[in-house]
Design a protein around this ligand. Structure first.
Ligand code: IPT
Length: 984
């Protein structure tokens, strides 16, 4: 038995928590390859490994920092190291359920335990003892130095330190790490369970008169434009900020004119804090955060947090991230117009926050505390409600606040995620306020919000958010009048919304409209930044992205860990492009003039250059610089349209881009921050006014044989009215198509909003087609009447396809469809019996390889996610049209298409025009194959190209963890007609 593993106490023997700091004191980085041995229980390998002369040469070698479950180690009872991925001893993913019995603070005997051993050399001239610092060990570690126990600690994503009596020469560091501990109950975040020493280990020299801790107080007064600086520390020291002419003893106050720090303008004043023994680097950002009249202000102005939730994740190394990756995350965020990050759900590596200071990101720093698993016990024995857990909770909050109190980027402290209620939150709140009154406090889950400076929710519907924006939300249950009144006066912070699982999220533009329109709303954080998938290889050697369900283990969170704006390898998904467009800090709109609205909190448009481009049917005809006067934050200016040719033959689109005029720390000059587009020559009216069928339709040739009909370049099968050949191209179709491969959002969550199941229940995934009539009318029109229905139901769709020849190179198809039958012979709400698609599907020769189109692009677009797709002319390969979501699902749709051209070796070009515009997808597989595939590599070329020319496709939404898809983004079950022109 190892009683500490199951103790309510957070640790023992540790040093008092203190500020993370860079100093000139010597430090020995102990990262590297350590000896390692895995055992099945908390006893580990026993205590022999503490000895100096222990022979660890037969042990495995693992990287520190790292998670052993993501490396090659020898499982107990085996002889050789191997990867544990895919086994119950490997990475396990659960959402809310704990992977151990709900039996706090006990843990099972089956408790994989890793004994780590490192022999390191302390140089002869290293004076005195040191401090051993562990930046993060999951979930519980006991530490020995040279055979003597230093202590133990829990709190995986928090640092802990020990006084370390090192000796010159060889020293033996032994660390025993347990997968499960009492800490597990406090760390039930929705993420992989990844044990190990996963952040840096260092030995720090502590010279005499070393600065143990310091606290930078740097306030900014917007009324006077001055900053007030005081640095508190525990030994006599001097504060030197040369740029400000500040040189004063620690503890004294200086008030000087400064530029304030903000995410938009991260002005840091660098200097030092010098004691007799040590010099600590200072990077001071002056700013004041306050809540006045229910509005969040920074430096005296309302700010809006355009945010994202970020877990630390790397597809190979889990929560071990290098600094380059942390920087890359911030650069990608800033380029996507994000200005805030919530460190869901634990303090990140301290370097990440230093980068946020430097590059400019507001941080909602969250403590490593989530007790979600107690929900399965009706929240009985919830740790925040029980005194025996109090010390552990306080310890976590203290270690967060002390470590990061000097980071100007940290805007507020979030006490926990999803931990329901308990008296201890009051204790934590007071603890934070006493220590750091300069930052507000957030806790989302307690309906009384009594310990929170913000009202906050997750995943509200648009309607619910509208009410909140107007402070008219219904009163929550179980709160007193007083609590309700107080809550109503608080600013609203949306900590999670827009669940980015799979294809999506939809409605980003709708959320932005509501949030920005209300002073009460101070920010919103998309869930979440990156998919937590692991790069893996299957038995056949194919690489794939592993998710929870790829491990045979229960409880299992399945695919729910793949819900980020970046794929697991950090490739941006289409959702990130949409978010970047929606969040743009400058809005450019075009009508009979160009309107530029500045949505920055602090910046003018002084750092931006504007450029216009005029396109005729997607072909650039003129461009130039646009002169836009300086726009102050919150202001709007209008400028005349640029002069340029107007007598275009087609649609004339003017696009104005706002780009960085000079290099910034996070993007180069020319980076496009915002853009707007406007149609200058009237609304597009599609085929109706451009390609009316010729007055004198070409005679329909009467059947050459009994089974073939010809109409201009088109050949039909006379028995079923299907097109079999067009201008020499063998093809088949069109078929009325009302289905799509369900997206994650189509599947809803836990039975709620599961439209995909409704589609199956009403048979949309197995529609059968019938031809009722094939007739040639007097004017030569070929009319094909049919019905599309499904087994066992009486509902279906009637369709009429009218084909006419247009000159000798084209045919026009006018489609008219209507729904018939009851559509009610199912247990579902009428509202949910919707078709996800209303369109035509063609099978084309597999040699088609490339697509060019005029419409929305370059990325995919859906009715509720189309802000990022501009109107233009785009070209790519058919393979390039596919978005490789790690779980195959509908993707690659393009709205508002005027025409599409497909080309391929040895085939005539096929051109499709539509009226009104159409939506298309082109793939090498069918929707059914797309649905059946479990991994992207299951999708194989069917030998044909499948083209959808659709009147409509349903929106995407974010129902995988969020509200139902709004009605406006569903396809109404009503009569619909559209037209298509095929040309070769
Ligand atoms: C919410 C969690 O805070 C987050 O960790 C993640 O699980 C997210 O949802 C969904 O991916 S919890 C949910 C019950 C609202």
């Amino acid at each position: 038995m190892q009683p500490y593993v199951e103790s309510f106490a957070p640790g023992s023997g540790r040093r008092r928590p203190r500020a993370d700091a860079l100093s000139d004191a010597r430090r020995l980085n102990l990262n590297g390859m350590w000896a390692f041995r895995l055992s099945p229980t908390a006893e580990g390998t026993g205590d022999a490994f503490l000895a100096d002369d222990f022979d660890d040469s037969p042990w495995d070698r693992v990287a520190v920092p790292g998670h052993w479950v993501l490396q090659h180690v020898t499982p107990p009872g085996e002889q050789a190291p191997r990867s544990l991925r895919g086994t119950a001893d490997g990475p396990l993913y659960t959402n809310t359920a704990l992977p151990i019995p709900l039996d706090p603070p006990r843990v099972p005997t089956e408790n994989p335990t890793g004994d780590y051993r490192l022999v390191f050399t302390v140089p002869e001239d290293w004076h005195g003892d040191g401090v051993l610092r562990f930046q993060g060990v999951d979930s519980c570690a006991k530490v020995w130095l040279n055979g003597a126990e230093l202590g133990w600690s829990t709190g995986s994503r928090l640092p802990f330190e020990f006084d370390a009596p090192v000796r010159a020469g060889a020293n033996v560091l032994a660390v025993r790490v347990h997968r499960w501990s009492s800490g597990t109950y406090l760390e039930d975040q929705d993420m992989w369970w990844l044990p190990g020493i996963f952040r840096d280990v260092e030995l720090l020299a502590r010279p005499t008169a070393a600065i143990d801790d310091h606290f930078v107080h740097a306030d900014y007064d917007a009324a006077t434009g001055t900053g007030t600086l005081r640095v508190d520390t525990d030994v006599p020291a001097t504060v030197e900020i040369p740029e400000l002419g500040v040189c004063m003893p620690a503890g004294e106050t200086a008030t000087v004119p400064v530029e304030p720090w903000s995410a938009e303008s991260p002005r840091l004043y660098r200097g030092v804090l010098r004691s007799a023994g040590e010099t600590v680097e200072l990077a001071v950002g002056f700013r004041r955060v306050e809540i006045r009249d229910g509005v969040l202000l920074a430096n005296g102005r309302r700010i809006f947090l355009a945010g994202v939730n970020r877990h630390e994740h790397d597809q190979d190394t889990g929560r071990t991230l290098d600094v380059a990756t942390m920087r890359e995350d911030i650069l990608l965020m800033k380029r996507a117009n994000l200005n805030a990050v919530r460190t869901s759900h634990y303090p990140p590596h301290p370097e990440f926050l230093r980068l946020c200071d430097e590059l400019g990101m507001w941080v909602v720093e969250e403590c490593d505390l989530e007790t979600h698993g107690f929900i399965y016990d009706g929240w009985a024995r919830n740790p925040p409600a029980l005194p025996e857990w109090r010390a552990a909770l306080e310890d976590r909050v203290r270690r967060m606040v002390e470590r990061d109190k000097n980071r100007p980027s940290v805007l507020l402290w979030s006490m926990a995620n999803e931990s329901w209620t308990g008296e201890t939150f009051g204790v934590l709140e007071r603890l934070i306020r006493d220590r750091d009154p300069s930052r507000p406090i957030l806790y989302e889950r307690d309906p009384s919000y009594r310990n929170s400076d913000f009202y906050s929710l997750m995943y509200p519907s648009l309607e619910a958010l509208e009410l909140i924006a107007r402070r008219e939300e219904p009163r929550p249950e179980r709160v007193t009048d007083e609590e309700d009144a107080r809550r109503r006066s608080l600013p609203f912070l949306l900590v999670e919304y827009a669940h980015a699982m799979g294809n999506g999220p939809g409605s980003l533009a709708d959320y932005d409209r509501i949030l920005r329109g209300s002073e009460r709303c101070c920010g919103a954080f998309v869930w979440e930044w990156i998919d937590h998938g692991f790069r893996s290889v299957d038995l056949a050697g194919a690489e794939f992205t592993m998710h929870g369900a790829d491990v045979d283990y229960s409880p299992n969170g399945g695919r729910f860990c793949l819900d980020g704006l970046l794929f697991s390898d950090r490739t941006p998904s289409p959702g990130l492009a949409e978010l970047a467009k929606v969040l743009e800090p400058v809005r450019v709109s075009i009508s009979d003039r160009v309107t530029v609205r500045n949505r920055y909190d602090f910046l003018t448009t002084g750092h931006l250059a504007f450029r216009w481009t005029l396109e005729d049917d997607g072909v650039e005809v003129a461009s130039g610089a646009l002169d836009v006067p300086l726009v102050l934050p919150g202001e709007t200016v209008e400028v005349p349209l640029p002069a340029g040719p107007r007598e275009a033959a087609g649609e004339t689109w003017l696009t104005v881009q706002a780009m960085l005029a000079a290099d910034a720390s996070w993007a180069s000059a020319g980076h496009v921050v915002a853009w707007g587009q406007g149609l200058l020559n009237g609304p597009f009216d599609g085929l109706r006014d451009r390609s009316t069928p010729v007055a004198d339709p070409v005679e329909a040739t009467m059947p050459l044989t009994a089974s073939v009909l010809r109409l201009g370049p088109a050949v039909f099968d006379a028995r079923n009215g299907r097109l079999t050949e067009f201008a020499g191209i063998p093809l088949d179709g069109p078929e009325l198509d009302v289905y799509r491969a369900p997206t994650e959002n189509d599947r809803g969550q836990g039975g709620r909003n599961d439209l995909a199941s409704v589609w199956k229940a009403v048979g949309l995934d197995r529609m059968l087609h019938r031809t009722d009539q094939v007739a040639v009318e007097n004017d030569g029109t070929l009319v094909v009447r049919g019905r599309t229905g499904t087994a066992a139901h009486n509902h279906g769709l009637r369709s009429v396809f009218r084909w006419t020849a247009v000159a000798d190179s084209a045919v026009r198809l006018d489609v008219d469809v209507d729904f018939e039958g009851a559509w009610t012979d199912t247990p579902f709400r009428q509202r949910d019996i919707v078709v996800p698609r209303l369109g035509l599907r063609f099978r084309l020769p597999g040699d088609y390889a490339n697509a060019e189109w005029f419409g929305r692009g370059p990325g995919e677009s859906y009715v509720d996610s189309q802000a990022a797709a501009r109107v233009g002319r785009f070209r790519t390969s058919i393979d390039g049209l596919q978005t490789p979501y790690p779980v195959p699902q509908e993707n690659g749709n393009h709205l508002d298409t005027r025409w599409l051209r497909l080309t391929g070796a040895g085939l005539p070009e096929l051109r499709v025009d539509g009226a009104p515009t159409f939506a298309f997808t082109v793939r090498r597989w069918t929707s059914e194959e797309l649905e059946r595939a479990r991994k992207p590599h299951d999708l194989v070329d069917s030998g044909a190209v499948w083209l959808n020319v659709d009147a409509a496709q349903q929106g995407i939404g974010s129902a995988s963890c969020g509200p139902a898809l709004p009605d406006g983004y569903r396809i109404p079950r009503e009569r619909t007609s559209w037209s298509v022109l095929l040309q070769a």
